[in-house]
Design a protein around this ligand. Structure first.
Ligand code: HEC
Length: 196
């Protein structure tokens, strides 16, 4: 045995582990990975065969796209019930100024000003929304209902099919926070009952 070989076999167990393989005097010990690691390694290969068959070849498993679509469906259904849970029965007023600033946009976009004036002052068609006199009540839920169900026989269309409950809530909050008490010019005379 050469000195090189002796150096390699400096532990008794190395003797049987030294491989025959020799490259330019470089020898190699047989040092296999531990069995548990090999088990995982071969396990994943076997697993991948079933995986490829199940998902890609037979197409029996739901794809990521299908799982995503299913998750979105569940989320939509949950969201739908949440929106349905929210209406005139449990409306709360929004006080966030940034959101309220959007109220005027909806007010204009939905042409409320055509009948209630640009500042809610009222005109020949619709009543003043800025005074303390109300035909249909001044509570948040009253105003919410006025907008949602309208007064078709008096000329105000119901907005329930054109606006989400959230938008009606925002508009209601805008009227309460910004229009009521604003004393605009050319205000129409009071109509309805006084609500303090
Ligand atoms: C085509 C005209 C018209 C449009 C557009 C209109 N309204 Fe009206 N609105 C009326 C009329 C008319 C009444 C009064 C109904 C009555 O006499 O009972 C009314 C009543 C109301 C009331 C109840 C007022 C009270 O004194 O109780 C609110 C609140 C209201 N409108 C908000 C809105 C909002 C917000 C919009 C826009 C999304 C809007 N309206 C769009 C015509 C309109």
């Amino acid at each position: 045995m050469s000195t090189e070989e002796k150096n390699l076999k400096n532990r008794p167990e190395d003797d049987k582990l030294l491989l025959d393989h020799d490259f330019d005097g470089i020898r190699e010990l047989n040092n296999p990975p531990p069995p548990w690691l090999m088990l995982i390694f071969y396990g994943t290969i076997i697993w991948s065969v079933f995986y490829v068959f199940h998902y890609h070849i037979l197409g029996t498993g739901p794809s990521q796209d299908e799982e995503y679509a299913e998750a979105m469906k569940v989320a939509d259904e949950t969201a739908a019930t949440q929106v349905a849970d929210f209406d005139e029965a449990n409306i709360t007023l929004i006080t966030d100024e940034a959101l309220l600033a959007k109220g005027i946009e909806i007010y204009n976009a939905k042409a409320c000003m055509a009948c209630h004036g640009g500042a809610g002052e009222g005109n020949a068609i619709g009543p003043n929304l800025t005074d303390k006199y109300w035909l249909h009540g001044n509570k948040a839920e009253d105003i919410f209902k006025s907008i949602k169900y309208g007064f078709p026989e008096k000329g105000m269309t119901p907005y329930k099919d054109q606006m989400s409950n959230e938008d009606i809530q925002l508009l209601t909050s805008y009227i309460v926070a910004k229009l009521v008490g604003s004393n605009p010019a050319n205000a129409k005379e009071p109509q309805g009952d006084l609500y303090e």
